[in-house]
Structures are given as C-alpha cells and as structure tokens.
Design a protein around this ligand. Structure first.
Ligand code: BYC
Length: 338
C-alpha cells in the first residue's frame, strides 16, 4: 500500500481524537494517573484501546526487526575470518532470535497471537527496521553492524527501558545488556580492521560509508514528520523524540570514528560550540521511505528468506505439537489410573 507522510498526521489526529467505546472515566483517570506517576501498566490493567494498538504496532515492528535482523549477519556465518569471530557471530545472531522471542511474547500479553504477527510479516503487511534491507557485502559490514546498528539500537532502547508498559520495558532491560556486548564486539572488530593493512582499512572505511546514513535513518522520520511521536510520548511509550535520539547517537559515535582514524561520510558534519552537539547533513528521506515501503535493495530477499524458513520449519512445529499432545494424553492417562 502506498504511504505518504502527508496523509499520516491527519490519520494520527483522527486516531488521537477517537474515544474508546464504553470508556469508563474512572478507569481512564486511574490509567492516566499511573502513567503520570511513572508507574508501569501491566497486561491485566485496563488501558485505552489506542494505547494497546500503539504498543502492538511498535513492539511487533521491533520484534520483526530482531527477527529479520538475523539475516544480514547470517550471510557471513560460513565466511567469518576465524573460529573466534564465527563463534561470536553465531552467539550474537542467537541473541537476536532471543530478543525477537521476548518481544513477540510481550505483544502476546496484549492479546495478539504470534501466528497473526508472523502472517502479517510474511504477507508484507508489517513493518520492520529499514536498516535490515541493506546488503552485507564484506566482513567489515558485520563489524559496522555491531558498531553502528547495535549502537543506534542501544541509544533507542536504553530510552525505551522507561516505557510505561511493563513487559516491554522489562524486555528492554535485558536486551540492552546484550546489545551493549554486541556493540563492543563490533567496535573491536572495526578497530582491528581500521588498524590493519591498507586493504583492511579501506574495507572498514567503505563499510562506514555505506552504513552511516542508514543507521541515522533507524531513528525514524524527523519529529515534524513523525505522526506517532506526540501521542506515544504523552503515554510514555516513547521517552525521547526521534531527533533527540538521533542527535545523541551522532554525538556518541563521531569521537569513536575519530579514534578509529576513519572519516565520516558527511562533509557537513562539524562540532557546534554553541549547541554543544555535532551538526550533520541532510538525511535522504526519499531513500528512507523507499526502503520502508518495500523497495530497498534487499526487501524482497529478506521477506522471501523469512517465508522460506517458516515453510521449511513446518515439520518442526508439527512435531513439537504432536509431542506436546502425546505428553498431555499420557499425563491424562496416568492421572485417570491413579
Ligand atoms: N524503519 O511516527 P514514527 C536491532 C515507521 S533491531 C522502518 O516516528 P514511531 C538489531 C514507523 O513504524 C532494533 N519503519 O513512528 C537486530 C511508522 O509507521 P506506522 C529495532 C520505520 O513508532 C538485529 C512510520 O514510519 N528497533 O537492534 O513513533 C541485529 C512513522 O514513524 C522506521 C526498534 O524497533 C524505520 N527505521 O517511531 C542487529 C525500536 N522509522 O507504524 C540489531 C522500537 C519509523 O505508523 N521502535 N518507521 O505505519 C521505536 O522506537 C519506534 O517505533 C521508532 C519509530 C523510533 C522506530
């Protein structure tokens, strides 16, 4: 379906104005009070229909991102340059699968089944992070993903640890611990390449050139073009704006690139003494929307890889269900005999 930014603010305004059918003012006041007091909303608490919808939207997109995010890295498992690198990459990818599981479970607490979520992904109806639609051409791309992509993810997710929805916020605490290891191993791998032979340094610089701008796009559209931010921040689902988080990432990452002796691919990047932040060049929002709308370099490949894995895993799911059924029948038989 075509998506235009211009349509979105209207949709968002209509969404915020709608009131829940049969909304009870006392329950609503209790919910608002809890959110204002930094309390956590739990699955069995009453919540506005739109709060639930927003959580399902954001957390499911996040889960799909972790799930699809295994693919660009999976591309290098058989070609990692050493046994150590291979073992680290394998466990990092397993961590991403674990993150997807925590997040799909968090969505299930909101009353949506995992099958529904995966159907939406496989049929191309669900969004996942734009970043995973770029190819991993060289080993340096794997290092750059750890350093930049996981680095950007941490900045976003540290903020989400304070999300008002309990299960999401708790999932974020655990995920952040693992992401921080991912970021460090990526930076270490990048350092080895940046300080290696001229050919290795060239690969490192090339990976930085290709991953820098897509990493900035991970934070989403500018605040002025972000239809969901205002309501999500009012409900304390999001705690910082897209632009604030993006700026935090830039400020954190530029000195790291300097330390590596690499050059940021942005001629407009410079320290601003007055603001105490780095100024940076314009993001190519056309590219961003193209990728978000399914027309990035790897969108089709990613979805067909996920669909194939799902189809080929059918016998495993069937076997697990048959085993669970047998176990249940055996237990019932034993209970009847006692
Ligand atoms: N890509 O109103 P906005 C990882 C969509 S995985 C695609 O600002 P919101 C890792 C947005 O969904 C980490 N779509 O939205 C894994 C919305 O569309 P709908 C992934 C994007 O939700 C493996 C529309 O654009 N992290 O770390 O307020 C290996 C308008 O945007 C993107 C998360 O998912 C994008 N980049 O804010 C290595 C974090 N940006 O739904 C690493 C959780 C925006 O209205 N998510 N859109 O049709 C969030 O924090 C927020 O959802 C966002 C967007 C900041 C991403």
């Amino acid at each position: 379906m075509a998506y235009t930014i211009a349509e979105k603010p209207e949709e968002a305004a209509a969404f915020a104005k709608e009131t829940d059918v049969n909304e009870n003012p006392e329950l609503r006041a209790a919910f608002d009070g809890k959110v204002a007091a930094e309390g956590k909303v739990e699955p069995r608490d009453w919540m506005p229909v739109k709060y639930r919808k927003t959580l399902v939207r954001q957390i499911s997109q996040h889960a799909h991102s972790e799930y699809v995010g295994m693919l660009p890295e999976g591309n290098w498992v058989t070609r990692a340059p050493s046994l150590r690198r291979k073992a680290v990459l394998l466990s990092k990818i397993q961590d991403e699968a674990g993150h997807a599981l925590y997040l799909y479970s968090a969505v299930e607490t909101l009353g949506v089944s995992r099958d529904e979520l995966l159907d939406a992904l496989h049929e191309g109806r669900a969004k996942y992070s734009s970043i995973f639609n770029y190819p991993t051409l060289t080993w340096a791309d794997i290092a750059a993903i750890g350093w930049l992509v996981d680095g950007a993810a941490i900045v976003n997710q540290v903020s989400l640890q304070r999300c008002s929805y309990g299960p999401y916020s708790r999932a974020m605490v655990r995920i952040c611990k693992e992401e921080s290891f991912h970021q460090r191993q990526g930076y270490e791998a990048m350092m080895v390449m940046a300080q290696g032979s001229p050919a290795q340094k060239k690969l490192a610089q090339d990976a930085l050139n290709r991953w820098w701008w897509p990493s900035l796009m991970m934070f989403g559209p500018s605040d002025k073009d972000s239809p969901n931010s205002a309501q999500s921040m009012a409900w304390r689902i999001k705690r910082d704006s897209n632009d604030d988080l993006r700026q935090r990432f830039v400020d954190m990452t530029v000195p790291q690139a300097d330390y590596l002796g690499l050059t940021m691919p942005d001629p407009d990047l410079k320290w601003n003494e007055e603001t105490g932040h780095y100024d940076f060049g314009d993001i190519d929002w056309e590219e961003f929307w193209r990728v978000v709308n399914g027309n990035g370099i790897c969108n089709r490949e990613r979805l067909s890889a996920r669909q194939k894995a799902w189809d080929e895993g059918a016998w495993v799911r069937d076997a697990a269900m048959a085993h669970a059924e047998k176990k249940r029948a055996r237990q019932a038989q034993r209970a009847a005999a006692e």
